[in-house]
Ligand binder design. Structure first.
Ligand code: HMG
Ligand code: MG
Length: 298
């Protein structure tokens, strides 16, 4: 089995991490977080969300943050659920957006206030206009490995919804284990199912949450399946406020440790990253859930 030589880490800490925190950080701390992550060598840092501020008050300062970041934020992707969110992002010169759909009916309702089918009517004009404006679009599909309300989610259903989201005009599809219940065999099967449905490995990314401690094992299964983009969150922050039992993402430090050990290039300065997560844990007032941060932070 040949592992990839190089992996792209798609950092979601400032978005997935901070959207789930009880405390709302001042914008200047969020901006410093993004800057430090970029300086630590992370090639992609998802900065914030242009969702409804009442739905995610933690990220209600999206405009302010992007202004504060200025040029540094130009290549940072942001979440955009609909045309209203796109208008807000376009006004700030954002170049990369991510839409986020659900593989299940219940989570579509809870997270987007739309049915599974209705979510496409919301995303279709959003992606079309984004592409017309020259933006790059990523698509997430959530609840790929299990749903807290519906239980097991059939692989066929995940593939159908995921392909439909991707085919709206995305350059990449990120497969989300939103509540962290998946295991390595499921990762292998899902990647194989998407490839059998005509998607190439470089069009797929994996997005793990670590609720059941499976995220790193699942990432390894993804590497073995040939995936080269992995979402991760500095310090293991994260979760979704609209998904029961969603906890932190795969910690970027834990992923970096694994990749380094396997001899896979990632371009990240682990010391700078750990220092950033330790600083953030101090601001949030609790220790980082990342094992590697706890082991290395002074
Ligand atoms: P809605 O209430 O159905 O919105 O929410 P609407 O379309 O009916 O509009 C109602 C009002 O909201 C209107 O204002 C709109 O203009 C305004 P009015 O005309 O009444 O004055 N509005 C907005 N304002 C600012 N920004 C906007 C916006 N949209 C509408 N973008 C909506 C629908 C999608 C907006 C809402 O459900 C929402 O914001 N949901 C976001 C939930 C969320 O952010 N969840 C977390 C991210 S997903 C995640 O974490 C999973 C992921 O990590 C992958 C994984 O782990 O699986 C990505
Ligand atoms: Mg997530």
């Amino acid at each position: 089995m040949r592992l990839p030589e190089r992996v792209t880490i798609y950092e979601v800490g400032p978005r997935d991490g901070l959207q789930n925190e009880q405390s709302v950080l001042p914008t200047r701390h969020k901006a410093e977080f993004v800057r430090r992550l970029l300086a630590a060598g992370l090639p992609v840092v998802e900065a914030t969300s242009f969702v409804h501020p009442r739905w995610v008050p933690q990220l209600a300062d999206a405009e302010l943050l992007m202004k504060e970041l200025g040029e540094a934020g130009e290549d940072c992707p942001v979440l955009v659920p609909n045309e209203r969110g796109l208008d807000r992002a376009l006004e700030l010169g954002v170049r990369h957006i991510a839409i986020f759909g659900s593989a299940t009916e219940t989570f579509a309702q809870k997270n987007l206030n739309r049915s599974l089918d209705e979510q496409f009517a919301m995303f279709e004009p959003t992606v079309r206009r984004a592409r017309d404006a020259g933006l790059d679009v990523r698509a997430y599909v959530s609840m790929c490995f299990g749903d807290p309300w519906e239980g097991d989610v059939p692989v066929d259903q995940v593939v159908t919804v995921g392909k439909r989201l991707f085919d709206l005009g995305a350059s990449q599809l990120s497969l989300g284990d939103t509540i962290g219940v998946g295991t390595a065999n499921q990762v292998t099967a899902l990647v194989e199912a998407f490839v059998a449905a005509g998607m190439s490995l470089d069009q797929l990314a994996l997005h793990f949450h670590d609720t059941y401690g499976q995220a790193l094992a699942n990432a390894y299964a993804g590497l073995q399946a040939g995936i080269t983009t992995f979402d991760a969150s500095a310090g293991g922050l994260g979760g979704c406020p609209y998904a029961k039992s969603a906890t932190g993402n795969l910690a970027t430090e834990d992923l970096v440790w694994l990749l380094t050990g396997l001899g896979i290039e990632h371009g990240v300065d682990l010391d700078a990253l750990v220092a950033t997560s330790a600083w953030m844990a101090g601001l949030l007032g609790r220790p980082s859930p990342s094992a590697v941060v706890r082991a290395l932070a002074n």
